[in-house]
Design a binder for this molecule. Sequence first.
Ligand code: AMP
Length: 280
Amino acid sequence: MQTVNDATSLAAAIEAAQSTGKKIAFVPTMGALHAGHLSLISAARNHADFVVVSIFVNPLQFGVGEDFEKYPRTLDADIESLESVGANLLFAPTVDVMYPDGQPAPVTKFSGEIGTRYEGAARPGHFDGMLTVVARLFDLVKPDFAIFGAKDAQQLFLIRRMAKTDYPQLQIVSAPIVREPSGLALSSRNRYLDAASHQVAEQLSAAIRAGHATAQKPSIALESARAVMSQVPEAKLDYIALVDADTFETIPDSFKGRALMLIAAVVGTTRLIDNIEITF
Ligand code: AMP
């Protein structure tokens, strides 16, 4: 696997691949890679013959007081993992490469009203910063396919919506959530959890599974999920919500169709999110 750190070397490597007729599949990440990330790379390999992965901890999507500085950075281990799953090219830029006009970088993509709900309410500006860096990465990598995890459901929704208007040639692919045997969704932030917090964190997935198991009506599913979380007051529940999977709008109790149950809670100092698809 080749590693490049600047836009010129990236463009040269991409052009070399394209000149031999290869399609490009792209997996953006913030590094600290785990099996969830690696599943996206496998999905990428199923779509195209040249897989580009980026590792960039994007300051623009972290709020004041969030964990930008202490976000785990494990580049050597990440490179080993990427080689083991057959990624072709790693793009690991510095902040200056991504934002050459200096900092704070201007926001160029906006997530709108949906971007102010749920994760956006807890993390103002997060989704605008995320869309801005994803767009810049798309402009640099020029992929045919881009792969994102269903774990970050609101992010995936917003990226799909942006791509539809701004990158119509690009196919956005979603990959299922990879979980520990306990049910806990893998996350780079799980490494912040000690044993006791880990047990508490497992209840997020238990809660949405309970919702899934009692899906006669949205209100009943929500009640079941909330009942599980009420057993773990150590988890500071932010929201449990049901949204239309296609529009991300809150659903009425009469809703029929594909919904997502979303959950977010803070365990210790770690913010965790999860979701599950429920058909009513
Ligand atoms: P991150 O490095 O946290 O920005 O995540 C990079 C990509 O990996 C995003 O598309 C995430 O949705 C995806 N991802 C993170 N955790 C998981 C997981 N447990 N299962 C599947 N995809 C994941």
